[in-house]
Design a protein around this ligand. Structure first.
Ligand code: ARG
Ligand code: ZN
Length: 871
């Protein structure tokens, strides 16, 4: 049941206009559609039947062509499709369907979240509302009428502008919305509920005034100021950086509590998971603020990269997602610190996307086939997709990239296009050849660069040799050489940037165009033995190996003029030391007390010229997940022991330094989600964690004091996490106090659920089962389930228990969710899909659970992931 990109054909019919009427009701909702259809002149199938997508949850009441009601003999429903064999070439199809949003637990199509109605149609949710040509290359002008009882649903929203409002004969209220822009059905949205609104406006660069509205349930309307501010800044940024102006008279955002993903860019009516929209200092951490800002920007930017220019088919998903992630990353980098943002994005990519690339679910950013498209909203499509766009940016430069994006929007406005169209526009606008570069779109896996070097003192030349290879991935045993931009600088013995001559040009930094399996580059006029600073800014999503000595890493860590590579060197040094400890642990040896990282940290902490946020990032040791990704065979207990050991060594060696840094980075004044304050809090709380780890009694009272006195969630939660992690005497008391204080704030309860689930105690699994029975837990709410299961994932002792009980528990949840919410069930499978990477004892247990899941009657979503993992 897989579908293939190579089988793409244009649609046989087009829908010029779509008129929808929703009669909303608590028990049955009637949807009437009038589709203005005609045969597609570009289709070769001149007499093909009309086949509209539907779902098993859509009940057909009646269907008519040009007001002639079709008798049963003239249509059929086959495999969820409505098939009509004989149609005119141009006609209006009227369809009446009955759906039950109140029973929709999959959160796809029209469903209920608390007291409201809302929709999620990407990718193929619209077919669960009514029969339709539910594919992104069928674009239509939508007019939507919503009918409901006004006392319960005073707010009724859809895409575009409100054009009519009144009363029906039965005394219900109707509201009609019209969206003048053609769009695919996946961008359709509808919301009805008793909602509060925050109103604002934005004047575009051409002087048009756009009404901005954010809707939430009553108790949350005090938490949307930051989202509104982020929206206005995003609108301005897209005008300044990409020349893109907003196009409708109104832009609306609605927060809903029950949502499978982060948010959705429906035309003129974005719908958000409330976790990505609501923010207040007391309830939201700094990370939460940054996430709200990034997601608001991301969904807004989709108005051009996604909506005005959309995808031809779902294989092209990265066309809009990769580009839009690149755009939101750039926006956040411009808003805060670009190096800090880059480190965060790269660290996420190298941890999670690299792991996906090494798993049975590995796929290119433009997949060649899939069984269920929902499974392809992945880190590869999004994050690696953004890296590929970033490489084009690096190759063309700021101005060239802008020329390319201008041409792309100009050529394809109003169209549904492909990734090739995007690269073609970039090529055409700059007169460059990106044909080899396009292999990034079709080849899966993380390329590896092996780097060796040689300095000739006599000739003052420095040779860098780079080998590239990409390991095999499912269905792709052999790979071709890619075009990889590698940004390089040279650092001298006194931490100075060395200048050199490359390609006849004198410079101190160069982008190498690695495009073959083995190449040597010659740097001339190099005055001393250099330390190479490679892959600056992470100029390509690759694994780079160069045999750095500890001395060289310490040198780069303090002296590389490239801030990103200073972080990179610190991570490499920490990884080397941690891997040594892992080995000692596995061989039953006592872990040694040798560490040079401490020397690096010591000079770092003493340097007051550095950005505190960078210092905090460098202090954070490589995560359990990142070390797992790097491991040949993952031994979770050994990795955990190694990390704790290195943290302990560091904490003890630098106790006074951490205390001093903690105290000198206190933030004064009211909470602000500004780069400056966020940076200080992150360093202060990183220092606090080490200081507590040192065992100091003073630190223990400082952390409890911080918990009790905090006026913002960042400080309160950082303190609580520390107290719980190190099992201070107050852990139980304060975890309970935290719940009592915040039990009415659903998003804060999620944080409590996650921290409680992650707490490593002897009865770990019992504690997680209790959490799932807690009155504030709700299995229907994806955020709550993700909080508990996410916490379990961090709970090494419980999840990776050698008896396999953690895996059995996870498999039970997957089986439970399989029918109820297949998208969520499929995501829960991720840790098990990595079974082949685990040490044999754990691999076997994971595999057995996958096999048990495979014996169930599976949804397409879970089937695809489980069957590919066992293949
Ligand atoms: N396009 C949305 C975004 O990236 C994501 C929607 C994904 N929905 C899904 N059911 N897979 O902003
Ligand atoms: Zn997106």
């Amino acid at each position: 049941s897989a579908i293939f990109l190579k089988d793409y054909t244009v649609p046989n019919f087009l829908i010029d206009k779509t008129e929808l009427t929703f009669d909303l009701d608590e028990t049955q909702t009637i949807v009437t559609s009038r589709l203005h259809l005609r045969r597609n002149p570009e289709s070769k199938a001149r007499t093909s039947p009309l086949e509209l997508n539907g779902g098993e949850d859509v009940k057909l009441i009646g269907v008519a062509i040009d007001d002639y009601t079709l008798p049963k003999a003239e249509y059929a429903i086959k495999n969820d499709k409505l098939v009509i064999t004989a149609t005119p070439d141009e006609f209006v199809l009227t369809c009446e369907t009955l759906i039950e949003p109140q029973n929709n637990t999959k959160l796809e199509g029209l469903y209920r979240s608390s007291s409201m109605f809302c929709t999620q149609c990407e990718a193929e949710g619209f077919r669960h509302i009514t029969y339709y040509l539910d594919r992104p290359d069928v674009m239509s002008v939508f007019t939507t009428t919503i009918i409901a009882d006004e006392s319960r649903y005073p707010v009724m929203l859809s895409n575009g502008n409100e054009v009519a409002r009144g009363k029906t004969e039965e005394g219900k209220t109707f509201v009609t919305w019209h969206d003048p822009f053609k769009k695919p059905a996946y961008l359709f949205a509808l919301v009805a509920g008793n909602l509060e609104v925050l109103n604002d406006s934005f004047t575009t660069m051409s002087g048009r005034k756009v009404a901005l509205q954010i809707f939430t349930e009553k108790h949350n309307i005090d938490k949307v100021d930051f989202a509104m501010d982020s929206l206005k800044r995003s609108m301005k940024w897209d005008e300044e950086v990409y020349g893109r102006e907003y196009d409708l008279d109104i832009f609306m955002i609605v927060a809903v509590d029950d949502f499978n993903m982060g948010a959705m860019e429906n035309k003129g009516l974005n719908i958000f998971n409330s976790s990505c929209l609501l923010a207040s200092p007391e309830t939201t951490t700094d990370d939460g603020y940054l996430r709200v800002e990034a997601v608001v920007a991301h969904e807004y930017f989709h108005n051009w990269s996604g909506n005005r220019v959309t995808c031809r088919d779902w294989f092209q998903l990265s066309l809009k997602e990769g580009f839009t992630v690149f755009r939101d990353q750039s926006f956040s980098a411009d808003t805060h610190s670009d190096v800090v943002k880059r480190v965060e994005d790269v660290s996420f990519l190298k941890t999670a996307q690299f792991a996906e690339d090494a798993s049975p679910m590995a796929h290119p950013i433009r997949p060649a086939s899939f069984i269920e498209i929902s499974n392809f909203y992945t880190l590869t499509i999004y994050e690696k997709g953004a890296e590929v766009v970033r490489m084009i940016h690096t190759l063309l430069g700021e101005e060239g990239f802008r020329k390319g994006s201008d041409l792309y929007f100009e050529r394809h406005d109003g169209q549904a296009v492909t990734c090739d169209d995007f690269v073609n526009a970039m090529e055409a606008a700059n007169g460059v050849d990106l044909s080899q570069f396009k292999r990034w779109y079709s080849q899966a896996g993380t390329p590896r660069l092996q780097v060796t070097d040689h300095y000739d003192e006599q000739a003052q030349t420095y040779h860098l040799t780079i080998d590239q290879m990409t390991p095999p991935t499912p269905n792709q045993p052999t790979k071709l050489a890619l075009h990889v931009p590698v940004k390089v600088g040279l650092v001298g013995q006194n931490n100075q940037a060395l200048s050199f001559t490359f390609d006849g040009q004198s410079t101190d930094e160069v982008v190498l165009h690695v495009n073959d399996t083995e190449q040597t580059y010659v740097f001339e006029n190099v005055s001393e033995t250099p330390v190479p600073s490679l892959l600056r800014g992470f100029s390509a999503p690759v694994k780079l190996d160069y045999a750095y000595s500890t001395e060289q890493l310490l040198q780069l860590m303090s002296g590389d003029p490239d801030g990103f590579n200073r972080w990179s060197a610190s991570q490499q040094l920490a990884v080397n030391e941690l891997n040594g400890f892992v080995l000692q642990f596995q061989q039953g040896e006592t872990l040694s007390t040798d560490t040079r990282l401490v020397d690096g940290f010591k000079s770092l902490l003493a340097d007051e010229t550095l950005d505190p946020a960078m210092v905090a990032l460098i202090l954070s040791l490589p995560s359990q997940a990142y070390l797992s990704e790097l491991a040949d065979k993952i031994d979770p207990q050994a990795i955990k022991a190694a990390r704790e050991h290195l943290r302990q060594l560091t904490a003890q060696a630098l106790e006074t330094e951490f205390k001093q840094v903690y105290e000198s980075n206190a933030v004064t004044g009211d909470y602000q989600a500004s780069a400056e304050q966020i940076a200080k809090r992150s360093l202060k709380n990183a220092a606090l964690m080490y200081w507590v780890a040192s065992g100091s009694a003073e630190a223990k009272s400082a952390v409890v004091c911080q918990y009790r006195n905090a006026d913002n969630m960042t400080d309160q939660f950082a303190a609580l996490s520390c107290i719980v992690h190190f099992e201070l005497a107050e852990a139980d008391e304060l975890l309970n106090a935290f719940f009592e204080q915040w039990k009415h704030e659903s998003l804060v309860v999620n944080k409590w659920l996650m921290l409680s689930a992650a707490r490593e105690q002897d009865n770990g699994l019992e504690q997680i089962k209790q959490l799932m029975l807690h009155p504030n837990f709700d299995i229907k709410n994806p955020n709550k389930l993700r909080a508990v299961i996410g916490g379990l994932g961090q709970n090494v002792a419980t999840f990776h228990n050698l008896d396999g009980s953690g895996y059995t528990f996870l498999a039970d949840q997957i089986i439970l969710m399989n029918k109820r919410n297949p998208q969520i069930a499929s995501r829960l499978c991720t840790p098990l899909t990595r079974w082949q990477r685990m040490v044999p004892a754990l691999a076997e247990k994971m595999k057995a659970e996958l096999e048990r899941i495979a014996r169930e009657d599976l949804s397409k979503d879970v089937y695809e992931v489980v069957s590919k993992s066992l293949a």
